[in-house]
Ligand binder design. Structure first.
Ligand SMILES: [Zn+2]
Length: 524
């Protein structure tokens, strides 16, 4: 009988870690970071000590105490595995729905003989994030540095100048450009970069278990849903999805195909269940609204702030820039990502004439950035050029890069379009107050958010952001159309999500054992 274990991410948004055991095969579905739990202990200047490997994350309950699943080299020698690692699971593979950190961040900590299955975009976006991001233990995803233990003080140290690649199976197609990018080292020559080539899946099977994968629409490209055939029927996992995005038809097709499988169980996200009337703003509406703002800002600088890796939004702004005779000026990380997107999707965004790269004023450059400059040197734009011709640009940066704007103070002012998700956490709310202070100082008018005078809370008018998650109405519609025998809600903070649908499906909120399915839920 199949057994589903929700290790994390049941009654919280993010931290998705699900396990499926069936007929001698064990599969992990996502292995992301639990931002909420992390934030209960850590802050900007207080993080886990990587010299103690995963000791701290296990003790604090940020990682589940799994036996035999993590890499051996990330445990400090004095960690008592036998008494602490209480959950014993078989893991033959990890399937990733998409490259958002709350779904994939911790896969680097898994045993390196556990293969990763994901779409070509999920694999390459993860590598791009790792190439251009931090290189600490908790940034490792598709390649890692082996840790060794120092005899005298038990400190874990990473092997210098060597990275080892994980085995990644691609669900879909790949081409030479993707293979080349995958094996390309972001480091200097002396660094040994031992990537394993990407593998293609020959048959949709893990041992003897058949699976299917379905591209779905979400706010990051490459999102995929999965279905696994057990002796008692299909078990389906949605990951994150929406119906109202540009590629909503993919989600629609997934629903259609999966409903014909008459699944035994559907594990489904519920991010927007709480909102009474969640916003259904489409990407097209965002485009139109932002286009209007840019048109009305002739001669002035426009700054656009949207989430990293939201390539769809980047492309919307690229079109807006073209329409308004401006250059879209983006940061090197975003160019790196767009390059990856072009090679996987066969698009040519990087060749667009109105695409430019913002040259940050800084001392040193990482090797990947130096190489990028060799490839696209002609596209770099300095702050002085933007300051002199502010009306020629849409500059894409977020709050965390706003300090670079002190080099581009424009007398005539400008517009700052906030085109990203609303703030929920206290710290995020305070960041908006800081952002507003910056914008006042820089003479940039905020669009897409305002600060309420009395409460000092940010307010987000509709139309400047399209969410990556289905609305409550759409989620209900998905369940009604698929009609699974059992419904297992995850990725929501509600106590009893989907309660209204209990007439059409058996909803599992707690540990349960039936004749055809067993469910165990941790971290409720
Ligand atoms: Zn997501």
């Amino acid at each position: 009988m199949p057994k589903i274990t929700i290790l994390d991410g049941a009654r919280t948004i993010g931290g998705s870690k699900i396990h499926l055991q069936t007929e001698g095969v064990g599969i992990l579905l996502d292995f992301g970071m639990n931002y909420k739990r992390w934030g209960e202990f850590y802050a900007e200047f207080l993080g886990p000590r990587s010299t103690r490997g995963i000791n701290d994350l296990l003790l604090l309950g940020i990682l589940p105490p799994l036996k035999g699943v993590y890499r051996d080299d990330v445990f400090p020698g004095d960690f008592n595995k036998n008494s602490f690692l209480q959950i014993e699971l078989q893991v033959d593979a990890v399937f990733l729905t998409h490259a958002h950190k709350d779904h994939c961040q911790h896969i680097g900590l898994l045993r390196d003989d556990i293969p990763i299955y994901c779409s070509p975009l999920t694999a390459t976006i993860m590598k791009a994030m790792q190439d251009t991001g931090g290189s600490g233990l908790f940034d490792e995803m598709v390649y890692f540095a082996r840790r060794t233990q120092s005899e005298e003080n038990g400190i874990l140290q990473s092997e210098k100048n060597r990275k080892i690649g994980k085995q990644v199976f691609i669900l879909g197609e790949k081409n030479d450009a993707v293979d080349e990018f995958w094996l390309r080292s972001p480091y200097a020559e002396k660094h040994r970069f031992e990537m394993r080539p990407l593998s293609l899946v020959e048959e949709n099977k893990i041992n003897d278990i058949e699976f299917r994968y379905f591209p779905v629409d979400h706010s990051i490209p490459g999102a995929t849903a999965f279905a696994f055939l057990t002796d008692y029927g299909w078990i389906v996992y949605t990951g994150d999805l929406r119906l109202h995005g540009r590629k909503g038809y993919l989600t629609d097709k997934f629903i259609e195909e999966v409903s014909s499988l008459q699944p035994l169980a559907l594990i489904i996200e519920g991010t927007h269940l709480e909102e009474e009337k969640s916003k259904r703003t489409s990407e097209k509406e965002v485009y139109n609204k932002c286009l209007e703002v840019v048109k009305n800002a002739e001669g002035k600088l426009v700054v656009a702030d949207f989430a990293p890796r939201n390539i769809e939004r980047l492309i919307s702004f690229l079109h807006i820039a073209r329409e308004t005779n401006r250059k879209l000026c983006i940061l090197t990380n975003d160019i790196y990502l767009l390059e990856v997107f072009d090679s996987v999707e066969g698009t040519n965004y990087l060749q667009e004439e109105n695409l430019a790269i913002f040259e940050k004023v800084k001392d040193t450059r990482d090797n990947w950035e130096k190489k990028l400059k060799e490839r696209h040197g002609g596209k770099f734009v300095k702050h002085s050029e933007i300051r002199e011709n502010p009306g020629d640009y849409i500059l894409c940066l977020s709050f965390f890069d706003i300090n670079h704007m002190t080099d581009i103070i424009c007398k005539e002012g400008g517009i700052y379009i906030y085109s990203s998700s609303e703030a929920y956490e206290e710290e995020q709310i305070f960041d908006f107050v800081r952002l507003k202070n910056w914008l006042d100082f820089l003479n940039l008018k905020p669009v897409g958010f305002t600060i309420e005078e009395n409460s000092k809370n940010p307010i987000f008018p509709e139309g400047y952001h399209s969410s990556g998650h289905a609305t409550k109405e759409d989620l209900f519609e998905i369940v009604r159309r698929i009609r699974p025998k059992y419904l297992i809600p995850v990725h929501t903070e509600l106590e009893k999500p989907y309660e209204e649908l209990r007439d059409i499906t058996q909803i599992i909120w707690d540990d349960a054992k039936y004749t055809d399915l067993e469910v165990k839920i941790y971290g409720k």
